[in-house]
Design a protein around this ligand. Structure first.
Ligand code: HEC
Ligand code: HEC
Ligand code: HEC
Ligand code: HEC
Ligand code: HEC
Length: 354
């Protein structure tokens, strides 16, 4: 056999293998940041999905997925760190290397970002098949956390942590470690809505913008121990990950104050529950960004926060409150100082003096 034929055979074999890999890998490739295989005409394609799936389209248009690129909180953060990395997830239909054209940015995380285009619509398995005017590729992974994992878990784009990645968002591993690991993200975040033939999984994906859901996520009670000590009990309910999860700039503010006869504050104490970052030593002794603490409420693990107001609280009522706060970027590393952008009060009350 001549070397020429060997090369030819090798090329053929590689070609066949490549083809086989592409065929088996493509149908089950899960959604993720750009670049992913997608249609060149996302705006038109997405408008067609919306045209036929009107209920779902209306839900999606109200969602943070749709607003992922135009959302003011994202725009403010992007202005500080304008990285292709950010655009890949927040405007996945556009080329992340440049500022997206407005119509592609406005698609945010689109139907096509999660389902692909109409030549190849990705869907969860279903017992009774319904006929669709486009091919439907059913994949078990799409009914699992894998459908969300490529966007909802990722590391800092920090060159210092290239070889030892540090999570910026870790919702998927929090979920995997939780008592809810057996429930998919969709089971909680895409509840069944509608009646009869129009019954479908909701695409509203409301979470941190839904005060009622936030309040229902954790049971909070407070007890006074002696004159100046308050114990706040936080019992997570049906939350499938840390509370709060996701973006860095969220935290729970646990606060108590003793008030005097003319509503003056006699003493106060506050604790912020969040992930904290600081500097630590890497393997080669260099200073690197590290996680220095994480006291968020974890699923299945009630926590008790003790606040101390001291002797000044004696004889005075104590007002306590737990709020979900959204804080502005950048939060100073390892400090609680932050500008609060928004808050939802989860629970509050007054404890009479003993
Ligand atoms: C011409 C109308 C039409 C267009 C365009 C269209 N669909 Fe569909 N699609 C249907 C119909 C009808 C069905 C079957 C009934 C159903 O499931 O709603 C279906 C089924 C589906 C399913 C499977 C639902 C299931 O689990 O059974 C998904 C997912 C889906 N479409 C998504 C999309 C996406 C994403 C687009 C755009 C890329 C799109 N469709 C474009 C009409 C359309
Ligand atoms: C963030 C990702 C994401 C986006 C964006 C998204 N979908 Fe879905 N969609 C899903 C997932 C995941 C499922 C399946 C959930 C399951 O059954 O476990 C689904 C289910 C569906 C279904 C079947 C619903 C049912 O219960 O019968 C249709 C139809 C559909 N999507 C259409 C659309 C259309 C149209 C858009 C845009 C208007 C869209 N989706 C946007 C992820 C997404
Ligand atoms: C292509 C990337 C991508 C995929 C895939 C994706 N998401 Fe998202 N998701 C985002 C981005 C980006 C945001 C933030 C949008 C914003 O507010 O700027 C978001 C926001 C959300 C929110 C709202 C969070 C809040 O603060 O209230 C929920 C809930 C959510 N996603 C759930 C899911 C679930 C469940 C899946 C899988 C079925 C999924 N996402 C798949 C990118 C994605
Ligand atoms: C057992 C139900 C449940 C499961 C499973 C679940 N979640 Fe959640 N999720 C919630 C609840 C309740 C909230 C609102 C409380 C909160 O903000 O943490 C929430 C909030 C969120 C938020 C908003 C961020 C925040 O904390 O404010 C994101 C993003 C999110 N979930 C993504 C996911 C993803 C991705 C998965 C799968 C890996 C998932 N969730 C699995 C119940 C669930
Ligand atoms: C791998 C995907 C991914 C990358 C990369 C990414 N994000 Fe996000 N981002 C998300 C997801 C998913 C959420 C929703 C989680 C939540 O709301 O807690 C989110 C939420 C946010 C939010 C909160 C939005 C709100 O309305 O509260 C801001 C701000 C944000 N991202 C900014 C950025 C910036 C700036 C970058 C680049 C430095 C970036 N993101 C990179 C996926 C990504």
């Amino acid at each position: 056999m001549t070397s020429g034929r060997l090369v030819l055979l090798a090329t053929l074999a590689a070609g066949l293998l490549g083809l086989a890999a592409a065929q088996s890998a493509e149908p089950t490739r899960m959604p993720g940041p750009a670049p992913v295989p997608r249609t060149a005409h996302a705006v038109e394609e997405n408008a067609r999905c919306e045209g036929c799936h009107a209920d779902i389209a209306a839900e999606w248009r109200s969602s943070l997925h749709k607003k992922a690129h135009d959302d003011p909180a994202y725009r403010r953060a992007l202005a500080i760190e304008p990285l292709p990395f950010c655009r890949g997830c927040h405007a996945p239909e556009a080329d992340p290397m440049q500022d997206p054209p407005p119509e592609l940015g406005a698609l945010g995380v689109a139907c096509t970002s999660c389902h692909g285009d109409a030549s190849h619509v990705l869907a969860a398995p279903r017992k009774i098949e319904r006929s669709a005017p486009h091919p439907v590729v059913r994949a078990a992974d799409f009914a699992s956390a894998s459908a969300c994992a490529h966007c909802h878990e990722f590391s800092f784009p920090d060159p210092e942590r290239r070889f030892t990645p540090l999570f910026m968002q870790s919702t998927v591993s929090e979920h995997r470690a939780s008592p809810f690991a057996g429930a998919s993200c969709a089971e909680c975040h895409m509840p069944l809505v509608g009646e009869g033939a129009s019954k479908h999984r909701s695409h509203v994906f409301s979470a941190s913008r839904d005060p009622a859901l936030l309040r229902a996520s954790v049971r909070i009670t407070a007890t006074r121990r002696g004159a100046g000590t308050v114990a706040i009990h936080l019992e997570p309910l049906a939350v499938g990950h840390a509370f709060p999860t996701g973006d860095l700039f969220r935290r729970l503010a646990v606060h108590a104050e003793a008030v005097g006869p003319d509503q003056n504050v006699l003493a106060e104490d506050v604790r912020y529950l969040s992930r904290r970052f600081g500097r630590g030593k890497g393997r080669d002794g260099h200073s690197i960004k590290v996680l220095t603490g994480d006291d968020r409420v974890m699923p299945g693990a009630p926590s008790v926060i003790t606040l101390s107001l001291g002797e000044k609280a004696e004889g005075a009522p104590i007002l306590w409150q737990v709020a979900y706060e959204r804080v502005e970027h950048p939060i100073e590393e390892s400090s609680d100082q932050a500008v609060v952008e928004g808050e939802v009060v989860l629970a509050k009350g007054t404890l009479a003096p003993p």
